[in-house]
Design a protein around this ligand. Structure first.
Ligand code: GRF
Length: 188
């Protein structure tokens, strides 16, 4: 059984694009670490199995990480796609799924790791921007790069406009990369 596990914390627009692309797996499971995430409702509407491991229900980060690993292992995922998942996975988690965890980030990594990428790009007067899909390790927005889409920064761009322009590209890139990876022998 091939399972795609998508991990979210919020809006879930990348998750929805992945679902719409109908990746060739037997099962898609969506896990959220926030029970109120908009994406949870969307995933349910698509008929996905939804797992909630709400960070607020755990006293310590260690307890949360332990439960996260336990429930994810139970799903034996072929591929894990982080889509706006706002939690850094610990090394135990990452080592459990070598070359099987990917993330999308709204910048041309290794530039602009972390939050507020669009604002920082504009402040630096950087002329190109974009999005990256990369393998995940235990460091924030780190790990081997898989694919990027590059866009020009326009003189009239604001952080909000750039966010929209980059997100549009994320929605193209992420389903495409997932489809490509699932066709690789490693994931069969
Ligand atoms: C996206 O910009 C993604 O690159 C970043 O978090 C955002 C999630 O948006 N990691 P959404 O929840 O997929 O709409």
């Amino acid at each position: 059984m091939r399972t795609l596990l998508i991990m979210i914390s919020g809006r879930g627009s990348n998750m929805e694009k992945i679902l719409q692309s109908k990746p060739r797996v037997d099962k898609i499971v969506v896990l959220s670490n926030n029970k109120n995430a908009m994406g949870v409702e969307i995933a349910r509407n698509y008929g996905c199995k939804v797992i909630i491991v709400d960070r607020k229900g755990f006293e310590t980060r260690e307890d949360f990480d332990k439960e996260l690993l336990r429930v994810v292992k139970q799903e034996t995922p072929t591929l894990i796609a982080l889509a706006g998942f706002m939690h850094i996975l610990n090394s135990q988690f990452v080592n459990e799924f070598p070359q099987r965890i990917i993330n999308i980030h709204p910048s041309l990594l290794p530039k602009y790791k972390g939050l507020n990428t669009h604002k920082r790009v504009l402040e630096d007067k950087t002329t190109v921007h974009g999005c990256t899909v990369h393998f995940v390790n235990e460091n924030l927005d780190d790990g081997e790069l898989i694919a990027q889409i590059v866009i020009d920064v326009h003189p009239k761009d604001t952080p909000e406009i750039l966010e929209k322009r980059v997100l549009k590209q994320e929605h193209i890139l992420y389903p495409r990369v997932i489809k490509g990876l699932l066709e690789e022998e490693y994931y069969s």
